[in-house]
Design a protein around this ligand. Structure first.
Ligand SMILES: Cc1ncc(COP(=O)(O)O)c(C=O)c1O
Length: 394
């Protein structure tokens, strides 16, 4: 079963893929010919039912403006209920092009210029740029690594949340890049702090579907249920099913006022256009994707374990912070490099692997790098072998 994820389709023109475009790689890494394991995109061929459904849509020969009808929304609602025990009410659901579009719109619509937005670095790098680009202030509640597990500093979070100008928190749940799947207890503590201080909760749950066996994803909207409705959730099938290029995402709030504000923003700025292929995908993956996603997650889990064993055996100076979810791995190079310049030279110039330096994710990222493992395992292992051989020559 897992063998299908071992396949890399060679006969494909990838020149328009963000991940593979040579100019893009050259700009990012200083060399165009580098094995790219950076952007959180997938090399896996999507589920066969999806290809079939998209072909059927293509064959229609009609691509008019489309709507998100209840028939499109229902499989998503069912998925969240069955898979995650998360209740999504149809009346609170909105759609936009991408999670980042939704996050930027929410911050711009619901906070004021100069407000502080709390994030937990090291964290998905776009959070910082979104916040800054729309004139808000990044407020860091830094995570810290204790015995191989990233922990939240709740005292610091409480202090930051209690500052009047810090009006929203942008939570990454599960967390990219450190791979934490926050526990119910942790989420409850975050919720209590935000609610007590009237801090709006913006929860980015795009990675909710890739969860490894010892962890359980808990939706923040469920945690909020008995407490408050000052929350908006952001999600997408993009990461789970390898379809970010179909450009679709959803926003959910149980709070009618927040939902209305977001709906008006989406209408004013024309952010809610649906596309035929996105609609087809949404209906198909959330109806038929259960088993496929289980198989993919099992494949990724095995890759994580293989990396861990490989590093322990062959490159013990580089360690893996074992992820509980997501298909990113967070690698610690602190024992082998002193600074970013050295790390860049090791990874990009010598090993020729394009992975993202930890410093991109803000404070706490120095000496780390994030590798995207949604690729055939042999490709991942080949990349690590290159690191091993470069380090052997050091
Ligand atoms: C936490 C997180 N949020 C949002 C995104 C981007 O999602 P979208 O392409 O839907 O904007 C990513 C992509 O890597 C991500 O990791």
């Amino acid at each position: 079963m897992a063998a299908k994820f071992d396949k890399y389709k060679k006969d494909i023109d990838r020149s328009t893929f963000v991940r593979y475009n040579k100019d893009y790689l050259n700009n990012n890494f200083g060399i165009p010919d580098i094995a790219p394991f950076w952007v959180a995109d997938s090399d896996f061929i999507v589920m066969p039912e999806l290809v079939k459904a998209l072909k059927k849509t293509a064959k229609r020969g009609l691509y008019p403006y489309e709507l998100k009808t209840p028939a499109i929304k229902q499989p998503l609602i069912d998925w969240y209920k069955k898979r995650h025990k998360v209740e999504i009410k149809m009346e609170g659901l909105l759609f936009t092009t991408s999670v980042n579009t939704g996050l930027a719109a929410a911050i711009d619509e619901l906070t004021t210029k100069g407000d502080g937005i709390i994030i937990q670095p090291p964290v998905y790098q776009a959070f910082k740029s979104i916040i800054k680009n729309i004139g808000r202030k990044v407020v860091n509640n830094r995570l810290s690594l204790k015995n191989g597990v990233y922990k939240i500093d709740f005292t610091d979070l409480e202090n930051k949340a209690s500052e009047k100008n810090n009006t929203a928190m942008l939570l990454c749940s599960p967390h990219n890049p450190v791979g934490r799947v926050w526990t119910k207890k942790e989420l409850e503590k975050i919720a209590d702090i935000c609610i007590a201080n009237d801090v709006l909760m913006l929860t980015d749950e795009i990675h909710a579907d890739i969860i490894y066996s010892n962890s359980t994803f808990i939706g923040m909207t469920e945690v909020y249920k008995e407490k408050s409705d000052n929350i908006i959730m952001f999600g997408s099938a993009g990461k789970s099913f390898g379809i970010p290029g179909l450009v679709d995402s959803f926003i959910y709030s149980p709070n009618p006022i927040l939902k209305k504000a977001m709906q008006e923003r989406i209408m004013r700025f024309h952010l809610g256009k649906s596309n035929a292929f996105g609609n087809t995908a949404l209906k198909t993956v959330y109806k038929y994707g259960y088993k496929w996603l289980d198989t993919k997650t099992a494949y990724l889990a095995k890759t994580v374990n293989t990396i861990d064993e490989y590093l322990k055996k062959n490159i013990p100076s580089v360690t893996l912070v074992k992820p509980e979810g997501t298909y990113q791995v967070w690698l610690d190079f602190n024992k082998v490099t002193k600074n970013d310049k050295e790390l860049k030279s090791l990874l990009y110039e010598k090993a020729k692997i394009g992975i993202t330096l930890g410093t991109e994710y803000g404070i706490g990222g120095k000496g780390y790098a994030r590798m995207n493992i949604a690729s055939p395992r042999p490709m991942i292992m080949e990349a690590l072998k290159r690191v091993e051989s470069v380090l052997a020559k050091k």
